[in-house]
Design a protein around this ligand. Structure first.
Ligand code: ATP
Ligand code: MG
Length: 440
């Protein structure tokens, strides 16, 4: 039988991998909330026009990478290729622009792009993103960058480089675009077809082209930093000052333009050294024109998107620790129908008290039950059969030490088990304390 396989560029997240995601998602949410960001959830698909308008018609994302779906009828929708557009639509649509500024929002979601699949480049991938609405101050830029940095520090990542740039505002960009057109015009015929089009519509996009030929030509192109207007230049200098005050190291990379059209002024990337070609773990910047485009109101905003696959890949490569999934506290093995009923009742009671307890769901004999308990790594096993039911006591076996203690099967068993589990947990801590004391 021909098996149906998952679509190219998607991944199955099995339990052996999912716990790593929990670690990252938990820390991301905690860090964001500590910085005053609140979670927002928006639809997976939006009107195609939203992305065309906000991400930009001449971007790779809109030109080549959108997954557009149509339902019966005429509407076409697009699976979100990035998080910002949908969140800004929601901000406008739900009146959040009338609330106190800055509005600070974060999300952890999947994104969809029809990409050439490579390591670190998928068609369904995941982003932790944050958006800050309402502040034009360079402090906001520094604050958002420091949140991203703080998360990566908390995850224990090393060798992450921050690159920043300013791509100015529409005012200073006009001169820059002109200079770019003049620079690229003599090379027009050598450029790739997409870039020929970009030359007319949006020459800055040429700098973001992945073709080695276009990149070669772009090598000596004029730099935006030389064209910044006074205000944009002052904003960029302030950002650098604030980052330095925060003790955040950075490099200015005048070549960063970012792949989305809505950026203005600050753009930044965090690069993980040594994870291969797809090394940008986080990209972001300011998009002071986007809300006006969507709502008619001039409201500055900024944010970033962090690629979770690349983040986890980096953590794995750097041997960072993930929070292990919880393991079973107790497996109640049973022999015979009456004992099985008792095992079920005890399991329910212990679960209500918050313990992680399992019992036989397969109708197995005692030996395979013990084998299973071992396999799932149960900390304790309790065996009950007709004898135990008669005496009202059973042996609780500590699987790590092999030690057995008799416990009563009456209403005191929850407490007895709780004590045994505590003793086991504290044993580890006692050991650590002894080891520490011993070292001194
Ligand atoms: P790249 O230059 O790698 O294509 P991008 O500029 O398209 O990145 P953004 O749109 O800024 O990326 O998205 C933010 C982050 O999301 C990236 O820095 C990266 O970590 C992650 N990301 C983007 N596209 C993908 C993808 N196809 N697969 C996995 N992660 C991705
Ligand atoms: Mg891309």
């Amino acid at each position: 039988m021909a098996m149906i396989q998952r679509p190219k560029g998607t991944a199955d997240m099995l339990p052996a991998q999912a716990y790593k995601w929990h670690t990252v998602e938990k820390l991301a949410a905690e860090t964001a909330e500590q910085y005053g960001f609140k979670e927002i959830r928006v639809p997976t698909f939006e009107d195609t026009g939203l992305f065309v308008r906000s991400v930009g018609e001449t971007t790779d994302v809109v030109q080549k990478e959108m997954f557009t779906v149509s339902a019966t009828g005429d509407d076409t929708f697009t699976l979100r290729p990035e998080g910002t557009a949908g969140v800004m639509r929601a901000v406008v649509e739900n009146g959040l622009l009338n609330e106190a500024f800055p509005q600070k929002l974060y999300y952890i979601t999947s994104c969809f792009r029809h990409e050439n699949v490579q390591k670190g480049r998928l068609r369904e991938f995941h982003q932790f993103g944050c958006e800050m609405v309402g502040s034009a101050d360079a402090k906001a830029d520094a604050d958002v960058i420091s949140m991203a940095k703080s998360l990566m520090d908390r995850l224990g990542l090393e060798n992450i480089k921050l690159n920043i740039n300013s791509i100015g505002c529409p005012k200073c960009r006009a001169d820059y675009q002109k200079a770019l057109r003049e620079y690229f015009a003599p090379h027009r015929e050598t450029l790739c077809d997409t870039c020929k089009e970009r030359l007319e519509k949006n020459p800055m996009r040429l700098l973001d082209c992945k073709s080695p030929i276009c990149q070669g030509i772009a090598k000596d192109a004029p730099l935006i930093v030389d064209y910044l207007c006074e205000d944009c230049d002052a904003h960029f200098k302030k950002l650098q000052k604030y980052l330095s005050l925060m003790g955040i190291e950075f490099d200015i990379n005048p070549k960063i333009v970012r792949g989305l059209d809505y950026y203005t002024r600050t753009v930044f990337e965090f690069i993980a050294e040594g994870i291969g070609a797809q090394s940008t773990v986080c990209g972001g910047g300011r998009y002071d024109g986007l809300l006006e485009e969507l709502s008619g109101k001039q409201v500055p905003a900024l944010g970033f998107g962090m690629g979770l696959e690349r983040l986890i890949m980096t953590m794995e490569q750097q041997d960072r620790e993930f929070i292990e999934a919880k393991t079973c506290d107790l497996y109640i093995a049973s022999m015979g129908d009456d004992a099985a009923d008792k095992a079920m009742a005890m399991t329910m009671e212990l679960r209500d008290e918050g313990f992680f307890v399992e019992y036989d769901l397969m109708g197995r004999g005692i030996k395979p039950q013990m084998k299973y308990a071992n396999k799932i790594g149960a900390k304790f096993v309790l065996v009950i059969g007709s004898g135990e039911l008669e005496t009202g006591t059973a042996m609780l076996k500590n699987m790590a030490s092999g030690e057995q203690t008799e416990i009563k099967l009456d209403s005191s068993f929850v407490d007895s088990f709780s004590n045994a589990l505590m003793a086991e947990m504290f044993k580890d801590i006692d050991g650590e304390v002894e080891a520490l004391l011993g070292k001194e």
